[in-house]
Design a protein around this ligand. Structure first.
Ligand code: HEM
Length: 146
């Protein structure tokens, strides 16, 4: 096992954690929850953010410094779609994060209404995350789709 295998492992495990955090958030977020639960969701959202950074850091390391030469991915171009979709997920996630942040303070027993758009956005993020591994496989194997 060399360093590139280890970085790939980091990439994978971070992706699993990112997906799990969003899935847990989705399940916990009912139309109305108490603030205690909202604080838990906010914490999970923090882990989501942290591990997203690790996904990007490991991905960029694999792309630019370790493993196959960077041109391999550049020629294929799929990496840019993959990157773009992950950026979309990151941008979408700002909306739920801001909502959790704004509503986290107060009594634990207070009831908080969760706007439908917060759940829909998390669902959309999960769907996009399901597409990305397909692009990753094509990208890693140099399959040209254009
Ligand atoms: C900034 C974002 C990302 C960058 C720069 C990036 C880059 C890379 C690179 C360079 C590889 C190595 C491919 C190879 O072995 O030749 C890789 C592998 C992989 N990535 Fe990412 N990645 C990113 C985000 C993601 C995300 C969000 C997912 C999944 C949701 C993902 C899923 C995968 C998978 C499944 C592989 C293994 C592909 C294979 O070996 O067949 N990546 N990524």
């Amino acid at each position: 096992m060399d360093i590139s295998h280890f970085i790939k492992y980091l990439h994978y495990i971070s992706i699993f954690i990112v997906f799990s955090c969003l899935a847990i958030e989705f399940v916990l977020l009912k139309p109305q929850i108490d603030r205690k639960m909202l604080k838990i969701v906010y914490k999970i959202d923090g882990y989501y953010g942290l591990f997203s950074i690790l996904v990007v850091a490991a991905g960029l390391t694999l792309w630019l410094w370790i493993g196959k030469p960077a041109e391999f991915y550049h020629e294929n171009g799929i990496i840019y779609i993959k990157l773009g979709l992950f950026i979309v997920v990151g941008l979408l996630s700002i909306i739920p994060t801001v909502f959790f942040f704004r509503n986290r303070k107060g009594d634990d027993s207070d009831l908080v209404e969760i706007p439908g758009r917060v759940r829909s956005i998390i669902k959309l993020e999960l769907l996009i995350l399901l597409i990305i591994p397909m692009l990753a496989v094509l990208m890693a194997n140099g399959v040209a789709v254009f």
